[in-house]
Design a protein around this ligand. Structure first.
Ligand code: DOR
Ligand code: ZN
Length: 369
């Protein structure tokens, strides 16, 4: 049995308030524990979005009652809330800015609206930017102009990882994360094939079942050259993040499929399979799933907290075994090697042999410590 520190996921969507049929703090943090995560940072694109004191209270009240693992809640940058969110910084995970189109209402198109947030948000916390390609270049320019940390969410393209590499070499305070689905899947082949080959595990990959909506995710699944560039430049990538974005199968197979994949329960097994494959080391995982997110987001250490994994255990990923409420996974049927057996959170056995053992409300807001 391999003992590791409890993992931190700096990017999850737990859908509370507003869409608890997809997920809530209970089901989402159960999924986190089952996946080896003891601390998750929850995104603010809920209904209503979390963008001021009263909506932050709303999310934190739900989390306090229902979360089973530890957490912190992001606030979102809106067109006229720079002062308000800056005043909430010590209570929030960090500030999230949506600079590209995605799920939810929090999108800032006008760059003059970015400036106030970059000026005002306290520099001991990063601004997390959902920014793809050229808007990412703009976010990096803002990091340089305001000399403050910016964390780029879910990078997926070759041009992005190379841009961040160049920015880091010039001393700009930029960090980034990558999601397992951008490391293990490529864009689907054109219809009617509808399968997404895995560039990494030829025996895995394949159809996701259902229709095209299953493949929808932002940023989109990318090309082989992009996946190759992410793997070749892992030293540029600071964090692994799931971007756990549950939507129900009914929604994914509808006329207007929302983008997003669940990821909390598949991330570590996939990464451990890559370790078995010689592509990664355990230290690579700990650095990107514990040490770096803790430093970048200024998170406290969780005392007496660890996970135990069986590196040799082989099993098949099945949505039916998951705790997420969304009821599916893009990795259905994948054979993985490496299983979470036990999770100890603040001296309490929180997960063992497939069962979550701590009640709703056991999880704590680490920003309240
Ligand atoms: O695919 C995505 N889904 N990308 C995002 O940025 C948002 C997320 C969601 O909330 O569903
Ligand atoms: Zn996201």
């Amino acid at each position: 049995m391999l003992k590791l520190p409890g993992l931190i996921d700096p990017h999850v969507h737990l859908r509370e308030p507003g869409a608890t049929h997809k997920e809530d703090f209970d089901s989402g943090t159960s999924a986190a524990l089952a996946g080896g995560f003891t601390l998750v940072l929850a995104m603010p694109n809920t209904k209503p979005p979390i963008f001021d004191a009263s909506t932050l209270d709303l999310a934190l009240a739900a989390a306090k009652e229902k979360a089973r693992c530890d957490y912190a809640q992001f606030v979102g940058a809106g067109p006229d809330n720079a002062d308000q969110v800056a005043a909430l910084a010590d209570k929030a995970a960090a500030l999230k800015m949506y600079l590209d189109k995605t799920f939810g209402e929090l999108r800032l198109d006008d760059m003059t609206l970015w400036q106030l947030h970059f000026q005002k948000y306290p520099k001991q916390y990063p601004i997390v930017a959902h920014s793809e390609s050229r808007s990412m270049a703009a976010a990096i320019l803002f990091a340089a102009m305001y000399d403050r940390p910016v964390h780029i969410a879910h990078i997926s393209l070759r041009e992005e990882v190379l841009l961040i590499k160049a920015a880091k070499e010039r001393g700009i305070k930029v960090t980034c994360e990558v999601c397992p689905h951008h490391l293990f899947l490529t864009a689907p082949l054109p219809p009617p094939v509808l399968r997404t080959p895995s560039p990494i595990f030829p025996e895995n990959g394949g159809g996701l079942g259902g229709g095209r909506g299953r493949f929808e995710v932002r940023p989109r699944l990318a090309a082989q050259k992009d996946v190759d560039a992410l793997w070749a430049n892992l030293d540029v990538i600071d964090c692994f993040a799931t971007d756990h974005a549950p939507h129900t199968l009914e929604e994914k197979d509808s006329e207007k499929p929302p983008p997003g994949f669940p990821g909390l329960e598949t991330a570590l097994p996939l990464l451990l399979t890559a370790v078995d494959d010689g592509r990664l080391t355990i230290d690579d995982i700990v650095l990107r799933s514990v040490t770096n997110p803790r430093r970048i987001f200024n998170l406290p250490e969780q005392p007496e907290t660890w996970i135990e994994v069986d590196e040799k255990a082989e099993y098949e990923i099945k949505a039916a075994d998951q705790f997420t409420r969304c009821g599916w996974t893009p990795f259905e049927g994948w054979k993985v090697k490496g299983q979470v057996i036990r999770v100890v959170l603040r001296a309490c056995e929180a997960f063992k042999d497939g069962k979550v053992l701590v009640p709703p409300g056991y999880g704590q807001n680490v920003r309240a410590w």
